[in-house]
Design a protein around this ligand. Sequence first.
Ligand code: ZN
Length: 303
Amino acid sequence: MTTGRFAPTPSGGLHLGNALCCLLAWLSARKQNGRFLMRVEDVDVPRCPRKAGEQALNDLRWLGFDWDEEALWQSERTGCYQSALDRLSAMNLTYPCFCTRAELHREAAPNLGERRFIYPGTCGSLKPAEIAVLSLARSPAIRLRVPDEEIAFEDGLQGSFSGNLRRDWGDLILRRSDGLFAYQLAVVVDDGASGVTEVVRGRDLLDSTPVQMCLQQILGLPSPAYIHIPLLLAPDGRRLAKRDHDLDLSALSRRCQPGALLGLLAYSAGLQDSPASTTLNSLLRDFSWDRVPRGDIRLPALP
Ligand SMILES: [Zn+2]
């Protein structure tokens, strides 16, 4: 049976791009008579207040979405992330990293440009005595030794994609020096624990997928099917961001009907021929991934 999920990060209000992602994930799971789960990705607790998470769930209910179990909150699952980390450490795949952000940036600055910072493995060869001394001054982050191999998959919308963690990321942080668990570890542990078989999410997360597949393989978890959807752009072509309060779902819910917003999203995603008001049930009847474009989508002017 298909198990889909939507997993908002409540570091700000949900915007229409988040709503589109939930819509496609919900439609895809329900079209297959599958389960649909909700997970609040508040693993970065200081940046994700509980109230914002509850607001996100309320906004999604207002749009008409339902889910099959009580929503999972990552902030309540640190014990599970710690046991996964313990397992990785028992396999000798982790090491403490004492680098500060300032040190890493100084080292990387000349060749960083627009690209992601790739950790050069500085702390990977520290000796136990050196670790003992460094630990007196600073609590370390914990990193995963990543393999130098190509991890490939077939995305449901974007086609073939592959990545090499050593080349594209370097050894990954699993737990930060402040004790917070990394997003990548939390997602893999949660998808595994919930039996998620289908992940629908924004195209901006495409290159995180080999990272998560690598962790799934090491932890002995099956990989779900992945469908990376186009990003929704504002009517003027800029990327939607949490700071765009005009496109914030809570703000829109005060001046629009849910059906009008669903109609607008469905029209943007190719699911219907006009932005006319609609319902989830009526979209479900005609839903097919064949109608959804691969490339980014520009919103029409808002009602
Ligand atoms: Zn380091």
